[in-house]
Ligand binder design. Structure first.
Ligand SMILES: [Fe+2]
Ligand SMILES: [Fe+2]
Length: 273
């Protein structure tokens, strides 16, 4: 099973950029084109929040139009830039989604790896939360299928990144989530977004990670007190490949046209690679 993870699409209305300079829609279109061209073909696409930039209906309509280009099923979770009500207005008819309710959390049972989407959105706040009710739902979902390899996917990462301006808008409830994760070794991965960079950490007996954005990237600046900045580093996405024998092996891919591919030739320096 091949799981592609896109994150932080920050879609805008047609012809509008994010932060006055990031052509997020065109960048998403390029990512979709590249994912559709992957061989073997990915089985599913996960999008880990900040689907649109301002939570507007017009943006979700654009998102819907763009996502229709995917040749495989796409599962969405919400980020701090999203709006639940507007999301449901435009995309609420997707079969995998629960009835419009308080939170957008669901399991996907159709694939060898069980997928569990979590909702960390708190309206009006940049940071996220897994409150008691959301965690109780997660606990029940995990208890129901302890033997199935499982991926959790969500927007706000439950771990510190040391990029301070992102950590201050992190996840409340991470400690309680961690206790749950420790008790459920079927969790192969916790796939997150929000930080617009690929980051990995061993976390509570599992592996947690964030994905690059398909749009702008957060600058890698580990200095305490550093101002939050973004840069147009190459956008990217994650490719998580699962087999029964290996579990999940995760790759980071960049979107764009780069020189190559070139064949390795033996130039007497120690072989290829
Ligand atoms: Fe984002
Ligand atoms: Fe975010």
């Amino acid at each position: 099973m091949i799981i592609v993870q896109l994150s932080d699409l920050h879609v805008r209305p047609a012809g509008v950029s994010a932060y006055g300079r990031v052509p997020t829609n065109d960048m998403l279109r390029a990512a979709i084109e590249q994912v559709n061209a992957l061989r073997p073909r990915p089985d599913v696409v996960l999008a880990t929040g900040d689907l649109v930039h301002a939570g507007e209906v017009e943006e979700y309509a654009m998102l819907r139009q763009l996502l229709a280009e995917f040749e495989m099923p796409v599962y969405l979770v919400l980020g701090n830039h999203d709006d639940r009500a507007n999301f449901y207005k435009v995309l609420g008819d997707s079969e995998y989604l629960p009835e419009a309710g308080e939170f957008v959390q669901y399991t996907v049972e159709d694939h060898p790896v069980r997928l569990i989407g979590l909702d960390t959105l708190v309206p009006g706040r940049a940071g996220g939360e897994l409150c008691e009710r959301r965690l109780a739902w997660l606990e029940e979902a995990l208890d129901a299928k302890p033997d199935r390899p499982t991926v959790l996917f969500m927007h706000h990462p439950p771990f510190r990144t040391n990029i301070e301006h992102m950590d201050v808008i992190g996840l409340e409830g991470a400690e309680a989530m961690g206790r749950l994760v420790e008790r459920h070794p079927q969790i192969e991965r916790i796939l997150c977004g929000h930080v617009h960079r690929p980051i990995q950490v061993r976390w509570r007996g599992s592996l947690a990670s964030t994905a690059p954005s398909t749009a702008h990237q957060v600058v890698l600046d580990l200095r305490p007190g550093a101002e939050g900045t973004f840069a147009m580093e190459p956008p990217g996405y994650q490719v998580h490949v699962w087999t029964r024998d290996t579990g999940i092996i995760s790759h980071t891919a960049n979107v764009g046209r780069f020189d190559g591919p070139h064949l390795f030739v033996d130039d007497g320096t120690g072989g290829v690679g």
